[in-house]
Each structure stands twice: as C-alpha cells, then as structure tokens.
Design a binder for this molecule. Structure first.
Ligand code: NDP
Length: 307
C-alpha cells in the first residue's frame, strides 16, 4: 500500500495553498482533487476581490495557476476521488475510486461545499435540461432567452448579473421581502434593467416538456401564484459541506461542517486538519480558504515534527 506523510483531500484554494506550504516544508504532499477539480471558483466568473489581481482574475485561470504553483513546488496533484476514509487510527487509511488504498500520517481535509437544490421532484427531473446550479457553466446555453435565479444572497446576485449580460430577461426569486446579499451586489442588480426581482416568492414546481424547462410556477407569500415562462432555472441558495466521508469519525457541527479549534485547523482527531469551506460557515471566500489552507499545512508540519 502507498504510504505518504501528508495527504490533502480537495483541490480548491484551501487544498492547493496547503499543498504549496506542505511542499515547501518538505512534507511531499499528495493531493486528490476530487469530484470538482478547482472547486467552486471554477464556477464563478471574474474574481475581483482576491488581493494581488488589480484587474481581477478568471476563477478557472486562478485555480490553474494555484495547481501549477503547487506542482512546481513538488506537490503530487492527482485527479482522483477518495471514496472511503478511516480516521479511527494513525496512519489514516483512504480508499480511492479505482479501488487502490493510501495511508497517511496526517491529513488535511479541504473538500469544500456543494450547491444546494430546493428538493422539488420537478427540479431533479430537469437537472441538466434547464435546471442548473452554475450560471457560469451553463448560462451560455440561454443566450437571448428568459431565465430565473433562485436566492437572495451574493451568489444569486452575481449569477443574475452574469445571466443578464447574456439573456433577454432574468427573474430573481427571493423568498423573503429583502435580500441577504451585500449592498454592493444588490445595487448592481438594481442597476441592471433586465433583472426583475420577485420578492416573497417560492417555487412550487419547475415546468417542462421532453425538451427541458419551459417555466416555473411560483407562489407569493399571499398565496397567489404565477407562471414564469423561462428556459433556464438556476439555483443559488447556498451550499452544504462535503463531509459525508468523515461523518461519525470527526466532530461536525449541526449543519455538517467540520469543527475546528477556534483560530486553528485542528479537528477533534489528532493528525486530521481541516481547511476552507468544509469548516467555514462564516467567511467562505477564496482568500479565507487559501489562508486556512496555509494554517492547516503549518499545523500539519508542526504535528508531524512533534511525532
Ligand atoms: P447565502 O447563504 O448567503 O444565501 C443563500 C440565499 O438563498 C439566501 O437568500 C437564502 O434565503 C436563499 N435560500 C436558501 N434556501 C432557500 C430555499 N429553500 N428556497 C429559496 N431560497 C433559499 O449563500 P451564497 O451562496 O449567496 O453566499 C455564500 C457566501 O459566499 C456568503 O458569505 C457570500 O457573501 C459569499 N459570496 C461572496 C461573493 C463575493 O464577494 N464576490 C460572491 C458569492 C458569494 P434567506 O435569506 O431567506 O435565508
């Protein structure tokens, strides 16, 4: 069985930053990128708030740069998925999607978070046929068409603004009488003439035919319903942490995020560290994920050297 000192699970800003630091600390890290190589940043457009990029940077480009930086410094970056984790004793043992196994003296969990869906059967039925949780990935298919975005957070505003640049009309379906998004994002939406915000509306059903989505039935808080004629239905209602593999083995909070020692990356299991959105319910930014990846690598190095 392959044995490594430091295994990093997840290839987003947290995982790659951990890999950069762990490589420079001579831990010879092995990183598995998982199901969504590059993480959530690959589903965004331009990242304007990462320090050091005065003109902004494309999310996919940024992740590619991070990956190349990690590799140049010696990280072994692999495109594979960990399907099973045994954290009950050190060295920790992991099973890969191809069936192989790997043992690690220490592990950094940076598996991030995934998009949430409403849970409607009709939404599941039309997933990939007009229902999407990634405007950047799929917006292209709806050029000059009408679409809806569900959610009132920063992501929803960002996706609606992006779609408005491609589509004829964008409805935002917001369940409360106000948005949770930052003032700047809300102002951007308000200044975009082809976005119509529907406050206090919930989606009852996604409508469609054999070719995909044709509409959405939405209901106002007062009980009145209306049908939106749309071709694309985009979800932007937040994320859930990718911690299923570790459930029951390390402490998670009520929403399933990994609990860490405040200000550090230590988890409830010695030798297991966490970084990025998988343990961050508050900030969830690329820069905070990267910073926590750095902390995890430093904590991991100190742990390994203390053994
Ligand atoms: P948020 O959790 O901030 O917002 C989720 C939105 O979806 C809320 O409006 C919420 O409504 C709504 N929602 C949740 N469940 C449902 C449901 N079942 N039906 C209808 N609506 C629902 O998630 P985001 O992904 O927007 O943002 C996550 C974090 O990332 C935030 O901290 C955000 O600031 C940050 N971010 C920053 C960006 C930037 O700075 N460029 C860009 C994108 C995200 P309600 O308010 O009623 O709960």
């Amino acid at each position: 069985m392959e044995k490594v000192k430091c295994l990093i699970v997840g290839g987003g800003p947290a995982g790659f930053t951990a890999a950069i630091y762990a490589s420079r600390a001579s831990l010879s890290p092995v990183l598995y990128e998982g199901m969504e190589p590059g993480g959530q940043l690959t589903t965004t457009t331009v990242v304007e708030n990462f320090p050091g990029y005065p003109e902004g940077v494309d999310g996919v480009q940024m992740m590619d740069d991070l990956r190349r930086q990690a590799v140049r410094l010696g990280a072994d970056v692999r495109s594979g998925i960990i399907t099973k984790a045994d954290l009950s004793q050190r060295p920790f043992r992991f099973t890969l999607d191809g069936g192989g196994e790997i043992e690690a003296e220490a592990v950094i969990l940076a598996t991030g978070a995934s998009a949430r869906y409403l849970g409607l059967p009709s939404e599941t039925k039309y997933r990939g046929m007009g229902v999407s949780a990634c405007a950047t990935c799929d917006g292209f298919f709806y050029r000059r068409k009408d679409v809806a975005v569900v959610g009132g957070g920063d992501t929803a505003c960002e996706e609606a603004s992006y779609l408005a640049s491609l589509c004829n009309k964008v409805y935002m379906i917001v369940r409360k009488p106000f948005m949770r998004a930052s003032q700047a994002m809300q102002e951007r939406v308000a200044a975009t003439p082809n976005i119509e915000v529907l406050y206090e509306y919930n989606t009852v059903e996604v409508l469609g035919d054999e070719d995909g989505v044709t509409g959405a039935l939405v209901q106002h808080a007062d009980g009145s319903q209306r049908t939106l004629a749309i071709d694309g239905f985009f979800l932007a209602i937040g994320h859930h942490p990718n911690t299923e593999l570790f459930a029951g083995q390390i402490e998670l909070d009520a929403e399933g995020y990994i609990k860490t020692v405040p200000g550090m990356s230590h988890t409830s299991v010695e030798g297991v560290f966490a970084a990025g959105d998988v343990c961050d319910t508050r900030y969830r930014q690329a820069i905070t994920a990267a910073a926590s990846g750095c902390k995890a690598a430093v904590d991991c190095e100190r742990f390994l050297h203390s053994k």
